[in-house]
Each structure stands twice: as structure tokens, then as C-alpha cells.
Design a protein around this ligand. Structure first.
Ligand code: FPP
Ligand code: ZN
Length: 395
């Protein structure tokens, strides 16, 4: 028996409960339809429309985006990363030679002053940006263009120092916003490029720790609201810095993460009283994977329910691509993070040294995974991180 009775529903219809009911009204019929005729104990086989999604991604590899997408002009590095990473994660194959060449050319054209100004998100005088640089570095690793990274890495260190704040955080660009996203991106860039980090990272751990909120999750900056995206950035940052026991309160974080999985939908929300969205399959799913690695548990969330949400509620099975939720259109951002989220559900992760590089992934259902094991720190398949690391260590 519960010591405290659950809080009674007051039936007061506020904006968030109305939106939640509306989403549930689109999800419930999908599941009711599916489970008709299925008996308790029987397993429903979840199908991912691999061929359709690969075709969807290949279309965007070969064709310019239609005109309304001019709004994404500053996000070109992100688009390259989402398309190429999603393709590799789902196909299990390296990118074609043609795609690798396109990535190298595009990224090289947007490198600012040989890396002294970072990498820009788009052309025509745009300045370097930490998030664009993060996405560009990941894309170059997927394209196995290590020469470009070797050429600009030392210059990049100078630029990263110009973005460092006294409190231990980093800015997105000079004068830009400073939060757990920009800080995580700087840690990824400097760690992957094997730059000298002792001075660069001074104060960073303490600043990221100060972003954990009373709810248990992490906020973008101290004193604001816990959110799945920022929680991923914070938790992955601790592995990049080298995980220590004092980094955060583990039990309140686990409690908050567990509250992210919605009972009807099976997918995750990003924060308290908000709606399911498939991109949190990675932001929250990878946070769970990092906690699994931290605690030696193999399933801290309902992995089958997450796959069920992705397969039944977020796939555009015919035209390809994955979407936030029913009623929305598929897009490249949600496609990449839904597929990376499937990887978090299809694998369990172990971490050997409390760092970003010694993850081992185990398939939960051997031989039947749709996705490659993705690094819960870097968001690209483990094998590309390992291969690039071997290149760095050989030098
Ligand atoms: C929506 O907020 C925000 C997102 C869906 C993205 C969150 C992701 C991050 C902060 C991680 C970014 C990571 C990198 C590496 C830059 P919302 O208020 O529109 O959505 P909500 O209602 O679901 O909270
Ligand atoms: Zn989303």
C-alpha cells in the first residue's frame, strides 16, 4: 500500500493538460489498433522502415533544400551531420566516396582563418560558431577526413580560449550565449582533437555541476529549468572531463530521468509537464545510457516502449523520415535523433575508465538490431570514435 495517496486529478483544464490530452487522443487509437487481437504475453514485433528512411536521407544528400529552408542557412553543418550520421547509424555502412568528398569540400569552405575563427554554419561572411564546429568535426570524422582536422586543430585551440569564461563555461561565439550546450560542444571539440586541456577546462566541472536543479535534471545555466537536452550535455560533459563521484546527485537525476518516459506514449518528454517528442529518444535516452554505464544496470528505462513509440507514432513509413509526434512532418533533425534513440534502446553500455572513450555496447537482442551502437557521449557510432582515436594515438 502507498504510504502517501497519489495526488488526485482536480480536472482543472489548464494549457498543459489540454495539450497533453490532445496528444494522447492521437496516440491512443494507434496503440488500440495495433494491439487488437494481441494477447497478454505475446510480443508485438516492431518494424523500422529502414529502406524508406535511407531513401529519404539519400534524397537530401543529392538535392538542394527547397526555398523555405533558407532559414537553415546558418545550420548547414548540422544538416550535413544529421543526414550523414543517420545514414551510417541505420545502414551500418560507411558513407560513399562521393558523400565523403562532398562533406570535406563543404566543411573546408566554411573553415574561418584555418580554424583560428572556428568553423561557420553557412557562407557569406558568417562567423565561426561552436555548435557548427561541433557538427563539422563529427561529420569530418564520419567522412574519415582526418587530414583537415590535423591541419586546423592547433589553430582551433587559440579560438576556444577566446570563448572561455571566468566561471568555467564557454560561449557559442564571442559575445554569444553561454550554457551547457556550448560548454559540452567545446569539450567534445577539444577532447576529440586531443588538444592540451588542463588550462582550457579549468573550472568547467564545477560550473556544469552547478547546473543541476532541485528537480534532479540539468538546466542550461544555473537557476533555470531542468531540460532533457541540457541534461544530456551536462552528463556527457562529465565523461569528457573524466567522471568523478562528486559531479552530481545521482538519485535525484535518476528520478527525474525516469519521469521523462510517458506511460501511454512510451516516448520521452524533455521536461516536467511537457509533451512527448521523438528527439528526446536520444537526449534523454543517451542520458539513461550514461547512467547505465555509471551504475552497471542494463535497462534503466522501458526500452521496448521507447522503440514502440518511435516505430508506431513517429515513423513516416512510406515516404521515409521520422517526426516529433503524430501530426508533424518528418525532418532531418528528428530522423537523426530518433535513430540514435533506437540505438540507446537496442544496446546497453558499459564504461571501463569513467571517460569518453572506453564504452562497450552490448546488443539487448543479439543479431536483431536496426542500428549501430552509437556513442552516448559523441552521438556518432562508437566505431568511428575508436578509429579516429587510433589515428590520434598513432601520431
Ligand atoms: C525545444 O525546447 C528544444 C529542443 C527540442 C532541443 C533541446 C536540445 C538541446 C538543448 C541539446 C542541444 C545539444 C547540442 C549538442 C547543441 P521546447 O521548449 O521547444 O520544447 P519542450 O516543450 O519539449 O521543452
Ligand atoms: Zn524535437
Amino acid at each position: 500500500m502507498l504510504a502517501t495517496p497519489p495526488i488526485a486529478e482536480d480536472d482543472y483544464l489548464c494549457e498543459t493538460t489540454a495539450s497533453q490530452k490532445q496528444v494522447e487522443s492521437t496516440i491512443k487509437p494507434i496503440y488500440e489498433g495495433l494491439f487488437q487481437g494481441i494477447h497478454p504475453g505475446e510480443v508485438y514485433d516492431q518494424e523500422i522502415a529502414t529502406d524508406s528512411h535511407l531513401k529519404f536521407l539519400e534524397y537530401f544528400m543529392d538535392n538542394a533544400l527547397p526555398e523555405p529552408f533558407y532559414r537553415l542557412d546558418a545550420s548547414q553543418q548540422w544538416l550535413i551531420y544529421w543526414i550523414s550520421n543517420a545514414h551510417v547509424v541505420l545502414s551500418g555502412n560507411d558513407l560513399s566516396e562521393d558523400m565523403k568528398k562532398k562533406i570535406s569540400q563543404k566543411v573546408n569552405a566554411l573553415i574561418v582563418e584555418e580554424g583560428k575563427g572556428g568553423i561557420a554554419g553557412g557562407p557569406n561572411g558568417q562567423i565561426g560558431h561552436v555548435a557548427s564546429t561541433y557538427a563539422a568535426v563529427l561529420s569530418l570524422i564520419l567522412a574519415e577526413d582526418y587530414g583537415t582536422l590535423d591541419r586546423i586543430k592547433d589553430n582551433m585551440l587559440q579560438w576556444l580560449f577566446t570563448l572561455k569564461n571566468k566561471d568555467g563555461s564557454f560561449a557559442m561565439h564571442p559575445g554569444g550565449e553561454c550554457d551547457t550546450r556550448s560548454t559540452y560542444c567545446v569539450l567534445v571539440i577539444s577532447s576529440l582533437l586531443d588538444l592540451p586541456t588542463q588550462e582550457l577546462w579549468r573550472g568547467c566541472r564545477e560550473w556544469v555541476s552547478s547546473c543541476q536543479t532541485f528537480e534532479g535534471g540539468f538546466a542550461g545555466v544555473p537557476g533555470t529549468e531542468a531540460h532533457g537536452g541540457y541534461t544530456f550535455c551536462a552528463l556527457a560533459s562529465f565523461f569528457l572531463l573524466g567522471r568523478r563521484d562528486c559531479d552530481f546527485d545521482r538519485s535525484s537525476l535518476l528520478r527525474w530521468l525516469a519521469d521523462r518516459q510517458l506511460s501511454l506514449e512510451g516516448g520521452f518528454s524533455g521536461r516536467t509537464n511537457k509533451l512527448v517528442d521523438v528527439c528526446y529518444s536520444f537526449w534523454v535516452g543517451a542520458s539513461f545510457a550514461l547512467m547505465e554505464a555509471d551504475t552497471s544496470e542494463s535497462a534503466l528505462f522501458n526500452k521496448q516502449a521507447l522503440i514502440s513509440y518511435i516505430a508506431n507514432c513517429s515513423q513516416e513509413a512510406d515516404g521515409g523520415g521520422l517526426r516529433d509526434k503524430p501530426g508533424k512532418s518528418p525532418d532531418l533533425y528528428h530522423t537523426n535523433y530518433a535513430l540514435c534513440g533506437i540505438s540507446m534502446a537496442e544496446h546497453s553500455y558499459r564504461n571501463i575508465n569513467g571517460d569518453a572513450y572506453t564504452f562497450e555496447a552490448h546488443e539487448l537482442h543479439e543479431g536483431s538490431s536496426y542500428t549501430l551502437p552509437v556513442s552516448p557521449v559523441f552521438g556518432i557510432p562508437l566505431r568511428y570514435v575508436e578509429k579516429y582515436r587510433a589515428h590520434i594515438e598513432k601520431k
